[in-house]
Design a protein. Structure first.
Length: 119
């Protein structure tokens, strides 16, 4: 079992910055990759950014050059630095961890943190 707790959401003006954090606990040794997803009202959940255990990253086209994902050496905390925020970035942001144990791949999710970009 892996538990994920997000923090860092809030209200920010367009052009501003926020840093989201996701702390993982439990069977963190089993985590292969972690990522951030978001879901805006009336829209499907979408991948924002991901990072593998080896440090390889990938980003949605809409956030490339503005968002940066990183993780601690202990691999139990992942961050999302969000700069030049736009109203379209408004959404609930969810932390995800992909765990592999005994040949099974399991996705774990946090409860989400709300990011609102508005003037």
């Amino acid at each position: 079992q892996v538990q994920l707790v997000e923090s860092g959401g809030g209200l920010v003006q367009p052009g501003g910055s926020l840093r989201l954090s996701c702390a993982a606990s439990g069977s963190i040794f089993s985590i292969n990759a972690m990522g951030w997803y978001r879901q805006a009202p009336g829209k499907q959940r979408e991948l924002v950014a991901g990072i593998t255990s080896g440090g390889r990253t990938n980003y949605a086209d809409s956030v490339k050059g503005r968002f940066t994902i990183s993780r601690t050496n202990a691999k139990n905390t992942v961050y999302l630095q969000m700069n030049s925020l736009k109203p379209d970035d408004t959404a609930v942001y969810y932390c995800n961890a992909e765990s592999a144990v005994a040949g099974m791949v399991i996705d774990y999710w946090g409860k989400g943190t709300l990011v609102t970009v508005s003037s």
